[in-house]
Design a protein around this ligand. Structure first.
Ligand code: SF4
Length: 338
């Protein structure tokens, strides 16, 4: 199975390869389920009287590397969403993200991504209802494995999720977005980690923005053919005094233009070593109201699992395998999350 170097030119060959045939997908799913399901090293439940239990799992892969996955309760029905990782660590370096401090260790193979959901299902004792690629890693830095895993989620009888229940979140790699349809992801939900529509602020928060300009990103998103009635989710992390400035909200409004989006406000979730604080409820509401005033569709995400560092931006495996290159100030050697 191919999981390494990728370039857009290789997509057509991959499309014809046996990796996308249903029989192969079944084999891949079976491999994840029977032979390669990651070992559950730790389960960290965080109780919430309103929403139920958020459970972070520390999973050990066959080579000893570790990733984290999270089972997140949904608002209604007792169902869960699995938040899965696509890489061990990440090279994108987002300033608000604990995973970034690990550096990139390696890509996950498709069966290792599938195996996370199998592990979550086993721990929960019931299948999850949604899968979001919002764990460790940038999915479009590892597009083939992510596309294969998403195909398994949609096709395997034991998982069989509708594509509308699969969400892939990216900082907006232009080559990956250009290949979105060819990767077979056209029916999945697309979430963009935008955070700010001002080039300087975005570059400070998402270093990839230094090479992927906001203009090019906006054009790329405008070219994506969305399923009928579907919107692109635009994630904006709410960092008091940083991303909630009125001028930035104006810039966001202007950048969106006529793009069909739902702005998803995510409260910053602190972790050891960062100076920023989490927003108060009133600050979240003020930003929500300010964007609504500008005519945007917007919702706020409720933070779940912050106490166990299971919330958005808090995932990281503490043990640093040989070969990883942590960034300065890394807390990746302390296992503080576990
Ligand atoms: S937010 Fe996502 S893309 Fe950015 S460093 Fe964290 S895991 Fe990587």
């Amino acid at each position: 199975m191919e999981t390494g170097h990728w370039s857009p030119e290789r997509i057509p060959a991959w499309q014809d390869a046996e990796t996308v045939r249903p029989g192969t997908l079944r084999q891949l799913a079976a491999l994840a389920e029977v032979e390669q399901c990651p070992e559950v090293v730790l389960q960290m439940p965080a109780e919430d009287p309103l929403y139920g239990t958020t459970t972070k799992l520390l999973l050990r892969l066959a080579d000893g590397r570790e990733v984290e996955s999270v089972a997140i309760p949904m608002a209604a029905g007792g169902h869960r969403t699995a938040c899965v990782s696509s890489q061990v660590g990440c090279k994108q370096g987002c300033a608000f993200c604990r995973t970034a401090r690990m550096g990139l260790v390696r890509d996950l193979a498709a069966h290792e991504i599938v195996g996370q959901v199998v592990a979550v299902n086993r721990v929960l004792g019931q299948p999850v209802r949604n899968v979001v690629f919002m764990g460790m890693g940038e999915p479009l830095d590892n597009p083939l494995a992510v596309a294969q895993a998403a195909a398994v989620f949609s096709e395997h009888p034991g998982l069989s999720l509708a594509w509308s229940r699969i969400t892939i979140s990216t900082v907006g790699r232009l080559d990956g977005l250009a290949a979105w349809e060819d990767l077979g992801l056209g029916s999945a939900n697309l979430a963009i980690s935008l955070h700010a529509a001002d080039p300087g602020v975005r570059a400070a928060l998402v270093p990839a923005a230094r090479i992927e300009s906001l203009v090019e990103l906006r054009l790329a998103l405008g070219r994506i053919a969305l399923p009928r009635g579907r919107r692109i989710m635009l994630a904006v992390v709410v960092i008091p005094g940083v991303t909630d400035q009125p001028l930035l909200l104006d810039a966001l409004h202007a950048w969106i233009g006529d793009l069909p989006v739902l702005v998803n406000l995510i409260p910053f979730n602190p972790f050891p070593g960062v100076a920023w604080r989490a927003p108060e409820a009133a600050e979240m509401h003020a930003m929500w109201a300010a964007l609504r005033q500008r005519g945007l569709a917007v919702r706020t995400r409720v933070t779940k699992g912050r106490a166990t560092l299971a919330a958005c931006g808090q995932l990281a495996t503490a043990r640093r395998p040989a070969g990883a290159s942590p960034r300065p100030g890394s807390d990746a050697g302390s296992r503080s999350s576990t």
